[in-house]
Design a protein around this ligand. Structure first.
Ligand code: CMP
Length: 137
Protein backbone atom coordinates (compact mmCIF):
# COMPACT_ATOMS: atom_id res chain seq x y z
CA UNK A 1 0.00 0.00 0.00
CA UNK A 2 1.32 3.41 -0.95
CA UNK A 3 0.25 6.89 0.07
CA UNK A 4 0.56 10.03 -2.03
CA UNK A 5 -0.48 13.66 -1.69
CA UNK A 6 -3.08 15.30 -3.93
CA UNK A 7 -3.89 19.00 -4.08
CA UNK A 8 -7.03 20.19 -5.84
CA UNK A 9 -5.86 23.66 -6.85
CA UNK A 10 -7.72 27.00 -6.56
CA UNK A 11 -9.02 26.89 -10.15
CA UNK A 12 -10.78 23.55 -9.67
CA UNK A 13 -12.09 24.50 -6.21
CA UNK A 14 -13.52 27.74 -7.69
CA UNK A 15 -15.18 25.72 -10.48
CA UNK A 16 -16.95 23.60 -7.82
CA UNK A 17 -15.57 20.32 -9.18
CA UNK A 18 -13.97 19.04 -5.95
CA UNK A 19 -16.46 16.17 -5.69
CA UNK A 20 -15.99 15.20 -9.33
CA UNK A 21 -12.22 15.06 -8.90
CA UNK A 22 -12.37 13.10 -5.63
CA UNK A 23 -14.71 10.66 -7.42
CA UNK A 24 -12.00 10.04 -10.04
CA UNK A 25 -9.71 8.85 -7.24
CA UNK A 26 -12.31 6.67 -5.50
CA UNK A 27 -13.60 5.21 -8.76
CA UNK A 28 -10.09 4.17 -9.74
CA UNK A 29 -9.09 2.19 -6.66
CA UNK A 30 -7.67 4.96 -4.48
CA UNK A 31 -8.93 5.51 -0.94
CA UNK A 32 -9.08 8.98 0.66
CA UNK A 33 -7.14 8.48 3.90
CA UNK A 34 -7.31 12.19 4.80
CA UNK A 35 -8.71 15.35 3.24
CA UNK A 36 -9.24 19.01 4.14
CA UNK A 37 -9.79 22.43 2.59
CA UNK A 38 -7.03 24.96 3.29
CA UNK A 39 -6.26 28.58 2.39
CA UNK A 40 -2.48 28.63 1.92
CA UNK A 41 -0.45 31.65 3.00
CA UNK A 42 2.36 32.97 0.80
CA UNK A 43 4.89 31.41 3.19
CA UNK A 44 3.04 28.06 3.00
CA UNK A 45 3.09 28.02 -0.81
CA UNK A 46 6.74 29.12 -0.99
CA UNK A 47 7.72 26.38 1.45
CA UNK A 48 5.66 23.68 -0.27
CA UNK A 49 7.11 24.49 -3.69
CA UNK A 50 10.64 25.35 -2.44
CA UNK A 51 12.07 22.82 -4.90
CA UNK A 52 10.91 25.15 -7.72
CA UNK A 53 12.26 28.35 -6.08
CA UNK A 54 14.79 28.99 -8.86
CA UNK A 55 12.36 28.31 -11.73
CA UNK A 56 11.12 31.34 -13.72
CA UNK A 57 7.48 30.43 -13.00
CA UNK A 58 7.91 30.29 -9.19
CA UNK A 59 6.34 33.69 -8.42
CA UNK A 60 3.29 33.01 -10.59
CA UNK A 61 2.95 29.52 -9.13
CA UNK A 62 2.94 30.87 -5.56
CA UNK A 63 0.50 33.68 -6.44
CA UNK A 64 -1.83 31.21 -8.09
CA UNK A 65 -1.73 28.72 -5.22
CA UNK A 66 -2.77 31.42 -2.73
CA UNK A 67 -5.49 32.89 -4.98
CA UNK A 68 -8.16 30.76 -3.25
CA UNK A 69 -8.58 27.67 -1.09
CA UNK A 70 -7.20 24.27 -2.06
CA UNK A 71 -8.32 20.78 -1.07
CA UNK A 72 -5.44 18.56 0.06
CA UNK A 73 -5.85 14.79 0.39
CA UNK A 74 -3.82 11.72 1.21
CA UNK A 75 -4.63 9.04 -1.37
CA UNK A 76 -3.92 5.44 -0.50
CA UNK A 77 -3.79 2.28 -2.58
CA UNK A 78 -1.64 -0.01 -4.65
CA UNK A 79 0.78 2.10 -6.74
CA UNK A 80 -1.04 5.19 -5.43
CA UNK A 81 1.66 7.66 -6.51
CA UNK A 82 1.86 6.50 -10.14
CA UNK A 83 -1.89 5.86 -10.36
CA UNK A 84 -2.66 9.42 -9.22
CA UNK A 85 -0.24 10.82 -11.79
CA UNK A 86 -1.91 8.74 -14.54
CA UNK A 87 -5.33 10.00 -13.46
CA UNK A 88 -4.06 13.64 -13.43
CA UNK A 89 -2.53 13.59 -16.94
CA UNK A 90 0.33 15.76 -18.21
CA UNK A 91 1.28 18.95 -16.31
CA UNK A 92 0.27 21.05 -19.34
CA UNK A 93 -3.44 20.33 -19.91
CA UNK A 94 -2.92 20.88 -23.65
CA UNK A 95 -0.76 17.74 -23.59
CA UNK A 96 -2.95 15.75 -21.17
CA UNK A 97 -4.54 12.56 -22.51
CA UNK A 98 -8.31 12.51 -23.01
CA UNK A 99 -10.21 11.46 -19.92
CA UNK A 100 -7.57 12.66 -17.46
CA UNK A 101 -8.38 15.19 -14.74
CA UNK A 102 -6.30 17.92 -16.35
CA UNK A 103 -7.76 17.32 -19.81
CA UNK A 104 -11.27 17.55 -18.37
CA UNK A 105 -10.93 20.32 -15.75
CA UNK A 106 -7.73 22.37 -16.33
CA UNK A 107 -7.20 25.55 -18.34
CA UNK A 108 -3.45 26.19 -18.45
CA UNK A 109 -0.10 25.00 -17.11
CA UNK A 110 -0.57 27.29 -14.09
CA UNK A 111 -4.27 26.67 -13.51
CA UNK A 112 -3.88 22.92 -14.00
CA UNK A 113 -6.49 21.71 -11.49
CA UNK A 114 -4.38 19.29 -9.45
CA UNK A 115 -0.96 18.56 -8.01
CA UNK A 116 0.29 15.08 -7.18
CA UNK A 117 3.50 13.93 -5.55
CA UNK A 118 6.10 12.87 -8.15
CA UNK A 119 7.97 10.28 -6.06
CA UNK A 120 7.38 8.24 -2.92
CA UNK A 121 10.10 10.24 -1.17
CA UNK A 122 8.33 13.52 -2.00
CA UNK A 123 4.95 12.00 -1.12
CA UNK A 124 6.15 11.36 2.44
CA UNK A 125 7.49 14.93 2.73
CA UNK A 126 4.35 16.50 1.21
CA UNK A 127 1.96 14.44 3.37
CA UNK A 128 3.84 15.54 6.51
CA UNK A 129 3.66 19.16 5.31
CA UNK A 130 -0.16 19.11 5.53
CA UNK A 131 -1.24 16.33 7.88
CA UNK A 132 -0.48 15.03 11.36
CA UNK A 133 -0.41 11.26 11.90
CA UNK A 134 -3.80 11.24 13.60
CA UNK A 135 -5.50 12.98 10.67
CA UNK A 136 -4.58 10.06 8.38
CA UNK A 137 -6.80 7.04 8.88
P1 CMP B 1 2.56 20.99 -10.05
O1 CMP B 1 2.44 19.52 -10.28
O2 CMP B 1 1.75 21.58 -8.97
O3 CMP B 1 4.10 21.35 -9.78
C1 CMP B 1 4.63 22.62 -10.03
C2 CMP B 1 3.70 23.48 -10.83
O4 CMP B 1 4.28 24.57 -11.49
C3 CMP B 1 3.08 22.66 -11.94
O5 CMP B 1 2.18 21.73 -11.40
C4 CMP B 1 2.48 23.75 -12.82
O6 CMP B 1 1.16 24.12 -12.41
C5 CMP B 1 3.40 24.95 -12.55
N1 CMP B 1 4.16 25.34 -13.73
C6 CMP B 1 4.08 26.53 -14.37
N2 CMP B 1 4.93 26.56 -15.41
C7 CMP B 1 5.55 25.37 -15.46
C8 CMP B 1 6.54 24.80 -16.32
N3 CMP B 1 7.06 25.46 -17.37
N4 CMP B 1 6.96 23.53 -16.07
C9 CMP B 1 6.46 22.83 -15.01
N5 CMP B 1 5.53 23.33 -14.16
C10 CMP B 1 5.07 24.58 -14.38
Amino acid sequence: MEQTLSIIKPDAVAKNVVGKILDRFESNGLRIAATKKVQLSKADAEAFYAVHAERPFFGELVDFMISGPVVVSVLEGEDAMAKNRDLMGATNPKEAAAGTIRADFAESIDANAVHGSDSLENAAIEIKFFFSDREIC
